[in-house]
Write a protein that binds this ligand. Structure first.
Ligand code: TRP
Ligand code: SF4
Length: 329
């Protein structure tokens, strides 16, 4: 059976971008694959080292979200990165053989370094994608369901695997492939990519009122359409993107034609998007809240999964140490 691995940082609530860009693939891939899904709490520390108190509550929230979207701990291994210390050992060994220039040219690195309010001039932040490579390769994963922004990290992961094989003349790791969803890009309320940092996200824990407010009052639409009698262009309107993602096909067709001939107003159009989103998110929100009311159970799910993950990770480390002529601990 092919192995799947992916991870999400526990940094506050998950949003619709995570749902459509990654989580829905996680659920699909837990069938017919040996799937590992991780809470990447060390990755969260690379930028949130001043807010350590938030990481464990966010870890539980992400675990609740995993369960709410339909991940089954009997089928997929749900675990915490920091509870599998072998990731740190592999990261360290990879750091010996990875040229600095490979890390410095990662686009997400440069971008976040410039845009973040925290000081990210740290060693750990530069190593972020290398830790990710260790996360993936330590499970010998074949497939990695991720959003489009992670493709470069996957490419780096493959390069690190190839370099390891070349240097130590041992084929330890399969070269993993990214798995993208049908809609890998979800726009935010302002039309830019949905992201917590941009403050343009619809969160899975937003109540119906919050969703309606965000859609009708904050969502950007075709800016050339000033009056209701002006025809609009759905092709450049973020609201239409949301319809394609969440509304039934007949609504998508209706908006597509009516918008162009000014047959529907933007407010009504946004209200329809809100209702479609609520239909999708409200059941999830209720499940997330129910799981969060039982934090001990969530912790147990994570501890059981981490013990299982550790078994796999420690076997890979035996291969790695043998390849690198290190003594057995
Ligand atoms: N960097 C990923 C993100 O921000 C999270 C992540 C950490 C990850 N380790 C991973 C994703 C391993 C896939 C595989 O979305
Ligand atoms: Fe966008 Fe809908 Fe307004 Fe058309 S009617 S511009 S799709 S919000």
């Amino acid at each position: 059976m092919q192995r799947v691995l992916s991870g999400i940082q526990p940094s506050g609530s998950q949003h619709v971008g995570h749902l459509v860009g990654a989580l829905e693939n996680y659920v699909k891939l837990q069938e017919g694959h040996d799937a590992f899904y991780m809470v990447a709490d060390w990755h969260a520390l690379t930028s949130k080292y001043e807010q350590v108190a938030e990481i464990w509550p966010s870890t539980l929230e992400l675990t609740a979200t995993f369960l709410a979207v339909g991940l089954d701990p009997g089928r997929a291994t749900l675990f915490s990165q920091s509870l599998v210390k072998e990731h740190a050992e592999l990261h360290l060994l990879f750091s010996m053989v990875t040229p600095l220039s490979w890390l410095e040219r990662v686009p997400t690195y440069k971008e976040k370094l410039q845009n973040s309010s925290a000081d990210l001039g740290s060693y750990g932040f530069l190593g972020y994608p290398l830790l990710q490579a260790a996360d993936i390769l330590i499970y010998k994963a074949h497939k990695v369901p991720v959003g489009e922004d992670q493709l470069f990290h996957l490419e780096l992961t493959r390069e690190v695997a190839r370099r390891f094989h070349f240097l130590f003349q041992a084929e330890v790791f399969p070269e993993p492939d990214a798995v993208l969803t049908k809609f890998p890009k979800v726009p935010g309320l302002d039309g830019r990519k949905m992201s917590k940092t941009y403050g343009n996200a619809i969160h899975l824990r937003d109540t119906p009122d919050e969703i309606t407010h965000k859609c009708t009052r904050q969502m950007a639409s075709d800016t050339n359409r000033i009056r209701k009698s002006d025809p609009g262009n759905p092709d450049i309107c973020p609201v239409f993107e949301f319809h394609k993602l969440f509304s039934p096909p007949e609504t998508v067709r209706m908006v597509d034609t009516e918008c162009r001939r000014a047959g529907i107003g933007c407010f009504d159009c946004k209200k329809k998007v809100a209702d479609a989103l609520i239909g999708r998110i409200e059941p999830l929100r209720q499940k997330i809240e129910a799981h969060l009311a039982r934090p001990d159970d969530l912790e147990q799910v994570l501890r059981d999964g981490s013990a299982r993950a550790r078994g796999v990770a420690s076997r890979t480390m035996e291969d790695v140490r043998a390849a690198m002529k290190l003594p057995r601990p």
